[in-house]
Design a protein around this ligand. Structure first.
Ligand code: NAD
Length: 261
């Protein structure tokens, strides 16, 4: 409780707090993380079809494998699709959205690709690794919901420019779309507090964001059941699952706001 109050103090006193979230926030929605206990890579190993080089060298072969994996149980692509298709936002996502509605959290940078933040009501949202229910053209960058495409010929091509279409999710070795990265950097530059929820801090550039913000004087709060690579950079660590910690944190801030009226 002390750590929740300390985190609430930081957020309530901040002028521009932002959240950086990761796969752990969606774990309580039934979506497995990649790393750690019950992680997809812990179970299956890291799949090769996540690499941008594999996609660029053979987009047709990549799509054929992808569509087959999505329909065949016993691989991480199937497990993730099945979990995301059946997931709903959990109390952690709802609390992050509530903090934005309260005006405490100004924006959310998420590494998650599951779309649960927007379904929970987060509005000022940057999906730095894309969204798995969207497709994106590698030439003109246009994004559209996957459900609006009829995928017949492989690889699918962009109706606007004829470029090759890929999943919107950012693969290993693929540059993050520059507009998204610039928007994230601007938020990191501007924030005076950063709330880390359910991220291991193992994936760059997102893992650098708390370190850059801290260098500029921002206060860092970490919510995670276990210590991470980012724990040493945190001013306050709230140890526990996001689905329990985040509603308590929102409640503590709501209570402060009522008292100060
Ligand atoms: P990660 O898998 O590397 O780490 C997950 C972190 O969440 C760990 O530190 C773990 O201790 C913590 N965690 C587990 N359960 C938690 C809970 N209930 N509450 C709070 N924290 C909890 O995830 P990452 O740091 O986001 O980075 C890896 C990559 O995983 C990202 O690129 C992301 O795109 C991808 N990914 C996304 C999803 C998703 O969209 N839901 C799922 C799996 C992987």
């Amino acid at each position: 409780m002390d750590s929740i109050n300390a985190a609430a103090d930081i957020l309530a006193a901040s002028e521009y707090a932002i959240a950086l979230t990761g796969a752990g926030l969606s774990a309580e929605s039934g979506i497995p993380t990649f790393r750690g206990q019950d992680g997809l890579w812990t179970k299956y190993g890291q799949p090769s079809n996540l690499s941008y080089r594999a996609f660029s060298q053979d987009p047709q072969g990549w799509w054929e494998r992808r569509l087959s994996d999505e329909d065949t149980p016993g691989n991480p692509t199937y497990d993730l699709k099945d979990a995301v298709d059946n997931a709903v936002p959990n109390p952690g996502h709802l609390a992050v959205a509530e903090l934005e509605t309260m005006g405490v959290v100004k924006s959310v940078i998420t590494q998650n690709v599951d779309g649960l933040h927007s379904r929970a009501g987060s509005r000022n949202l940057l999906e730095i690794h894309g969204n798995r229910s969207y497709l994106r053209c590698i030439s003109c960058g246009s994004r559209k919901p996957r459900a609006t495409y009829i995928i017949s010929d492989l690889p699918p091509v962009c109706p606007r420019c004829g470029g090759i279409i890929k999943m919107d999710t950012v693969m290993f070795g693929e540059p993050i779309p520059s507009a998204t990265l610039e928007a994230c950097s601007a938020e990191v530059q501007r924030c005076d507090a950063m709330l880390l929820v359910g991220t291991s801090g193992a994936v760059s550039p997102a893992a650098q964001f708390p370190l850059l913000a801290r260098e500029r004087g921002a206060r860092i709060i970490e919510v995670n059941p276990v210590p991470t690579q980012l724990t040493p950079a945190a001013h306050v660590v709230v140890s526990g699952p996001a689905g329990e910690v985040m509603p308590s944190l929102a409640h503590a801030i709501r209570t402060r706001a009522i008292r100060s009226r």
